[in-house]
Design a protein around this ligand. Structure first.
Ligand code: ZN
Length: 489
């Protein structure tokens, strides 16, 4: 990848061949390399990692502001921990990577590479939490989790190693726990929509699709240009079977020993990044929301023979002025690449602003400025430069969000029959329909949707009671829930 492969831009259109578009974007914007010799484990490259770190930090700051403190749990979990909670072990065992040896000596007990950390953390929570005075107890960690994914993998979207933050929180009452689960959705809304500019819908997952060991799972789904939804942060009300299994109990003020209530919340930052690059990216490459972009401004000097010094001097001066104003600025003075090549490269990488300085501009006391959100170019007098950049900064992410809202607006349609559902799925849409049940007795209809129609029942809209408008299109019985169906990544 250090050999320059991005001589030209992406050669397919995103809306014509999404899969190839994505593959080329990975290479040409230098985001991920899938050539590491372990399937499902892509290598993430600096330009992507710098953004993922920013995204991670956003979530950590929100959690910390709400009283969650960081800790770091061991990566390995003894197998016996898994067996303490039956639903959890059943749900996760097929995906677990096991460590069986230390050197050439076989362990008596297998160790799991954590697929998620409930069974590690709650073992300790049982030891740490004693009385009602210890509650609420809110912790988080930002780590990798490992799942032996059997579906086709794709960098950022579906991989066997996921970079995420997991927050696990203990409360005295169900009401407090539920309040926390809702608060987690608020964090998702604030960051996913506010900072990453990704429109999404919150669903309460059907009972057959909840997190193994949870009472209820709430998750944000985003519909991508691929015509498939991607699950973004999910928030779970953990079953008290977990508290029981790990002895997460507390002595209440009335001296009674009580089972605690637990929630967990798992924003996967590599996935969030995958969603945002596919959502905002275009045929020229990446488009990054302002707070996610690793750098904000590139200055490209137009070097002419005999005028090198004056141009570079001016470019350096402009850089200093913008750095002093708090911007992350790169002066691209590489002399072995043409300006045209540099323009394409930085557009491909989604640099929000490009400033070009040439001898003519210096004479006219101006620069040429290109902004990636609108794709427009203008000449800006040097005296107005900082003001112009400030105003771009302030509107950049809003512009991406407006565009995203427009794209998503007509992507959800109502469907009352199998035929309507199939037609809508084939045209890359999400379908709102009525369904017999989101409890386990509706699972047979959901399985038919998946096997015969090619979609998945994503759930009911969170905290929204929608009016029924048809019978269950699958079994024909009276419907009790309005659900959404989509293909999924
Ligand atoms: Zn049905």
């Amino acid at each position: 990848m250090s050999k320059k492969v991005n001589e030209i831009g992406i050669t397919v259109k995103k809306d014509e061949d999404f899969s190839e578009w994505f593959t080329q974007l990975m290479k040409k914007a230098e985001l991920a390399d899938v050539r590491y010799n372990l399937k499902g484990f892509p290598v993430y490259m600096p330009w992507a990692v710098r953004s993922i770190r920013k995204i991670t930090r956003m979530w950590e700051e929100e959690l910390e502001a709400r009283g969650h403190e960081p800790l770091l749990m061991p990566l390995l979990i003894p197998e016996s921990n898994f067996h303490k909670e039956a639903d959890h072990v059943e749900g996760f065992t097929p995906e677990v990577f096991w460590v069986t040896h230390g050197g050439d000596k076989e362990f008596e007990e297998r160790l799991a590479l954590r697929p998620t950390s409930e069974t590690a953390l709650y073992d300790m929570y049982g030891k740490w939490i004693q009385t009602y005075r210890d509650l609420p107890f809110k912790r988080y960690q930002s780590v990798s989790v490992f799942r032996h994914e059997t579906k086709m993998t794709r960098p950022f979207m579906r991989t066997r190693e996921i970079h995420w933050t997991e927050s696990h929180n203990v409360f005295a009452t169900e009401e407090e726990a539920y309040k926390d689960a809702v608060e987690n959705l608020e964090i998702t809304e604030k960051l996913l929509y506010g900072k990453l500019a990704i429109p999404h819908i919150f669903f309460k997952r059907p009972q057959w699709d909840k997190f193994p060991g949870a009472i209820n799972t709430f998750a944000a789904d985003v519909l991508l240009d691929s015509g498939k939804v991607l699950q973004l942060p999910s928030s779970h009300m953990i079953s008290q079977a977990f508290s029981k299994a790990f002895d997460v109990t507390y002595k209440d003020a009335d001296e009674q020993e009580k089972l605690a209530w637990i929630t967990c919340y798992g924003p996967a930052h590599s996935r969030n990044y995958g969603a945002l690059i596919t959502f905002h990216g275009d045929d020229k490459g990446l488009v990054l929301p302002w707070d996610v972009a690793p750098e904000h401004i590139v200055i490209v000097p137009l070097i002419f023979k005999g005028k090198e010094d004056v141009v570079l001097e001016k470019a350096t001066e402009i850089k200093k002025q913008l750095v002093d104003a708090g911007y992350t600025v790169r002066l691209d003075d590489r002399d072995n690449f043409s300006p045209g090549y540099k323009f394409n490269e930085w557009e491909m990488k989604g640099m929000p602003i490009r400033i070009v300085v040439g001898p003519k501009d210096i004479e006219n006391n101006q620069v040429e400025l290109f902004r990636r959100d609108l794709g427009t170019k203008e000449f800006v007098p040097l005296s107005d430069l900082q003001k112009t950049v400030d105003s771009i900064r302030d509107s950049f992410t809003d512009n991406l969000r407006d565009k995203a809202d427009k794209i998503i607006a007509d992507k959800t349609v109502d469907g009352k029959t199998e035929r309507e559902i199939i037609a809508a799925l084939d045209s890359g849409k999400m379908i709102r329909t009525c369904f017999c049940s989101t409890d386990l007795d509706g699972e047979a209809c959901a399985t038919k949707v998946e096997k015969e129609l090619g979609g998945e029942v994503r759930g009911e809209k969170f905290n929204t009671k929608e009016e029924l408008f048809c019978d269950c299109p699958i079994c024909g019985k009276k419907a009790n829930h309005v659900v959404y169906i989509a293909k999924s990544h």
